[in-house]
Design a protein around this ligand. Structure first.
Ligand code: GLN
Length: 454
């Protein structure tokens, strides 16, 4: 049924870069056979899933939205893909994204943009716009995204889907094509909070192949979602972050946010106002740390190891000239912009002023979170300042695009978990997201409060 739906709407939505009919149908048949044989199966066995194209999949093309990886077929699976396969989830294919996950609109994909199913003239968010659009358009019931600065939560907000960035280190990064290794986390994209909890429990937990993986069991996420669905939040302290609402947020976004705060209060939660004064520096610190790490991570795309190789035609074929020609042809504008920013910030003479200061700000933001979580059990804000903007509207203005991540970035800098849940429609008829943040390793709180709002 999902493959039929993909056939019917992909022409308009373009959520996928690759559809793997054969693989999905073979897994479905295998699950049917195991069920018929009376084997016990995972609750999500047979439920199809779409995977963001930055996650490596054995035998299935993986491009990270870039021409530099066109035609590359990975020889192994990411840990999270191994877990999906072991549980019997048919993989429908790989979803579109901004090149190397750099962007907030999916317009930086080298393979054409994805359209928001709510209004095909508008962006589906980014970088994981393909995963969010696939779920919103009913092409897939579940999807995997990755979130370095908001790329699961912001697409969730603007497509009316649920998106979760888990605690840093709680879902293995083994097999993710790294953007910024200290910020990246993979997580669920779904239509309900309970679906996200089920998927999160499946893909999460310790993995020895990721040196930053937390060697502890996950909290009970599915139980927390079921408890939250009963609608009783008595005793839960909800912190409203002063710096993440108000000025700069669209009127309809602010109105829906205020209504949800009332709902939380009616469910028994206590609202407290908390201030995180250093959040105002988060965007600046992120756009130094993220490009710095990315400039190093992307050095491996040199025309020799993976994917594209371009030899210069106008002179000697030296290693340096092959790298230059390959990277010049293979990377898009946004990726080049960030590599230049990152190498500049890391260069001798500037390192302390830029990268060093950004790391200090990162510590201040972590301290803001620590202080806020003594006053509140969860923190809340709108997920994104506006609803989906028009395709092309911010493409020529990188700073305007970066501002979309203002509310999502602090969580990545601190490593804490966050969820975006649908928060109704703004005055323009487009979906709005409600963000909930929790302390590291307390992802269960996201599910409890998120499910209570559903
Ligand atoms: N939009 C942000 C950026 O462009 C976040 C990207 C992400 O989370 N992968 O960097």
């Amino acid at each position: 049924a999902h493959l039929d739906r993909i056939d019917a709407v992909e022409g308009a939505v373009h959520a996928f870069l690759h559809v793997s009919d054969d693989v999905a149908l073979a897994t479905a048949a295998d699950v049917d056979a195991r069920r018929a044989a009376g084997q016990s199966l995972h609750p999500l066995a047979g439920v199809p899933i779409a995977v963001k194209d930055v996650v490596v999949t054995e035998g299935m093309p993986t491009t990270a939205g870039s021409k530099i990886l066109e035609g590359w077929v990975p020889p192994y699976d990411a840990t999270l893909v191994e877990r999906l396969k072991a549980a019997g989830l048919p993989i429908l294919g790989k979803t579109n994204m901004d090149e190397f996950a750099m962007g907030s609109s999916t317009e930086h994909s080298a393979y054409g943009n994805t359209h928001n199913p709510w209004d095909l003239e508008r962006i589906p968010g980014g970088s994981g716009g393909g995963s969010a659009a696939a779920v919103a358009a009913f092409e897939a019931p579940l999807a995997i995204g990755t979130d370095t600065g908001g790329s699961i939560r912001q697409p969730g907000a603007v497509t009316g889907t649920v998106g979760v960035k888990p605690t840093y280190g709680s879902v293995s990064r083994y097999g993710l094509i790294a953007m910024a290794s200290s910020l990246d986390q993979a997580g669920p994209v779904t239509r309900t909070v309970l679906d996200s909890a089920l998927l999160h429990e499946l893909i999460g937990g310790h993995d020895a192949r990721d040196s930053t993986s937390i060697d502890e069991p996950l909290p009970a996420l599915v139980d927390a979602a079921r408890q939250g669905a009963l609608g009783d939040l008595t005793g839960v302290r909800v912190g409203v972050v002063t710096e993440l609402s108000g000025d700069g947020y669209q009127a309809g976004v602010s109105a829906r946010f205020a209504e949800s705060l009332e709902l939380l209060e009616k469910a028994g939660a206590t609202l407290v106002e908390v201030s995180c004064p250093n959040f105002r520096y988060a965007l600046g610190a992120y756009y130094l740390i993220m490009p710095s790490e990315a400039s190093s991570n992307l050095a491996k795309f040199d025309g020799m190891r993976f994917g594209l190789r371009v030899e210069p035609t106008d002179g000697p074929v030296t290693a340096e000239r092959v790298m230059s020609a390959t990277r010049g042809a293979g990377f898009g504008d946004e990726v080049k912009r960030r590599i230049i920013l990152g190498t500049y910030a890391l260069s001798a003479g500037y390192y302390d002023a830029y990268y060093g200061s950004a790391q200090k700000v990162r510590t201040l933001i972590q301290r803001d979170f620590d202080a806020a979580f003594t006053q509140a059990d969860v923190l809340v804000s709108p997920t994104a300042p506006t609803t989906a903007f028009k395709l092309g509207e911010k493409l020529d203005d990188p700073l305007a695009m970066y501002l979309n991540d203002i509310a999502t970035i602090p969580a990545n800098l601190a490593g804490v978990p966050g969820i975006s849940v649908p928060n109704g429609l703004s005055d323009d008829g487009l979906p709005v997201g409600f963000q909930i943040l929790a302390p590291a390793k307390a992802d269960d709180r996201l599910y409890r409060v998120g499910a209570a709002l559903e």
